[in-house]
Design a protein around this ligand. Structure first.
Ligand SMILES: *Cc1c(COP(=O)(O)O)cnc(C)c1O
Length: 429
């Protein structure tokens, strides 16, 4: 199987960076997420350098929802990243990580007045999703005696080849404002007393492996920028969103690199803004493509069973990694302690959750697996722990960070006591 550069097989074991996953699982227990810090830094730099080769004012805003571990946000803040935040919690994570408020964008299709107040209070720009929200932010900013800097999220109405649950820029999506209505939205923003429109924003979807949709989105955005310039909007940024996919099927898929993304999108963007005589910052919001492949989920085999097919029952299910159950997502699995052995049969890796849909990896050719073996689920760094739950009253896994020879927890495993921590007892019970 093709492996990214930070994963390797040494003497039959899967390694991440300079660490044997079999030893890590023995030491820290399972299930266990393990993240390679240098891989995240390298991906960030690939993006930044590829975009800056074409245009200087570039800002990468990490989509914090992909993986909100505070240590990971700190690593990205240290590299100069900002963040796309979707909630007061993500705003707090980004600010605590030391990210500059001017490198943040508060997004979302349903923000409360309290959300808007928090963004204004911290000087964070807001991407508005409706003209209703424009009215609300004008009032909230007015009550504060401040001016809110905003963009609108454009729905570019593009058909994007990805799973329908993550195609956010199609005409029927709940996100954004149809582009025909964008000029009116900006007219209203220009007329609002406590609002200044300073940007435009789009995000067309997630896990997109083709470049054409991004190029098309850039074309639409530059075209809209032209309309806005004619209305008198001074654009400080154009945000093209995130969405670049990764090759979850290591031997069958290829994802564009950040360099290929830049080579496709940047000429359209740079020519467009140059023709308009403007020089707004270019913002992009990658999530998955920055962090997904940095992380493996290690899970122990509890038992095997030959039923209508061969099951390998492990200790992590959709409570730890919901993507296979939720999106039929594919993740490569490696038997980490038999990583050099040839396939011995077809197995289905199943979790411990009381749902027949709790399958991590159906019908995979694996070596002869036994109780006690260790399975590594690859590419678990995005929408993995971030979407984990306590379903079936199972504590969420620990997260370990490795960097060179070092390793340290960046989140301990939850305990059963953590599960009951928020419980309240009605007085009649
Ligand atoms: C989820 C999201 C992203 C990141 O998407 P990826 O597919 O993880 O790159 C970026 N921007 C917005 C607005 C999002 O909702």
């Amino acid at each position: 199987m093709n492996l990214p550069p930070h994963l390797s097989v040494r003497e039959g074991h899967l390694w991440i960076g300079e660490h044997d996953t079999v030893r890590l699982a023995g030491e820290y227990g399972t299930p266990l997420y393990v993240t390679d810090e240098e891989r995240v830094r390298a991906r960030y730099r690939e993006y930044r350098d590829a975009l800056q080769a074409y245009y200087e004012p570039v800002q990468v805003l990490y989509a914090a929802k992909a993986n909100g571990n505070p240590a990971l946000l700190r690593v990205l803040a240290d590299e100069g990243a900002g963040a796309d935040v979707f909630s007061p919690g993500e705003l707090d994570l980004a600010l605590r990580a030391g990210m500059d408020p001017l490198r943040l964008l508060f997004n979302g299709s349903s923000k409360s007045r309290e959300d808007l107040r928090l963004a204004i209070e911290h000087g964070v720009r807001v991407s508005l999703d409706s003209t209703d929200e424009l009215r609300a932010i004008d009032e909230v900013a007015g009550a504060f005696g401040k001016t809110a800097e905003v963009s609108f999220r454009v729905n570019p109405a593009l058909e994007v080849p990805t799973h329908p649950k993550i195609a956010t820029g199609i005409a029927s999506s709940k996100f954004g404002i149809p582009h025909a209505e964008i000029p009116d939205a900006y007219r209203a923003a220009l007329a609002a007393e406590h609002v200044r429109p300073v940007g435009i924003h789009c995000h067309i979807g997630s896990q997109i492996l083709a470049l054409e949709p991004f190029v098309e989105a850039a074309r639409v955005m530059v075209w809209i920028a032209g309309e806005l310039v004619r209305l008198g909007v001074v654009l400080e940024f154009i945000d093209l969103g995130g969405g670049l996919g990764i090759p979850y099927r290591h031997d069958e898929e290829r994802a564009p690199t950040p360099r290929e993304y830049a080579d496709a999108v940047m000429p359209v963007f740079v020519d467009g803004v140059t023709a308009l005589g403007i020089r707004p910052a270019l913002w992009v919001e990658p999530g998955r493509s920055l962090v997904a492949d940095s992380t493996v989920l290690l899970t122990r085999v509890n038992s095997t069973k030959d039923a209508h097919r061969r099951f390998v029952n492990v200790d992590a299910g959709f409570n730890q990694l919901i993507r296979p159950a939720m999106y039929d997502a594919y993740h490569e699995v490696v038997v980490a302690n038999r990583a050099d052995q040839p396939p011995a049969g077809v197995c289905t890796v199943a979790g411990p959750i009381c749902e027949s849909g709790d399958i991590l990896a159906p019908d995979r050719a694996l070596p002869a697996v036994q109780e006690g073996d260790l399975i590594a689920v690859l590419d678990a760094g995005a929408y993995g722990f971030a979407m984990a739950s306590q379903y079936n009253a199972r504590p969420r896994a620990a997260e370990l960070l490795v960097r060179g020879p070092d390793r340290a927890l960046m989140r301990r495993a939850e305990t059963i006591d953590d599960l009951v921590g928020t419980r309240a007892t009605p007085p009649w019970l």
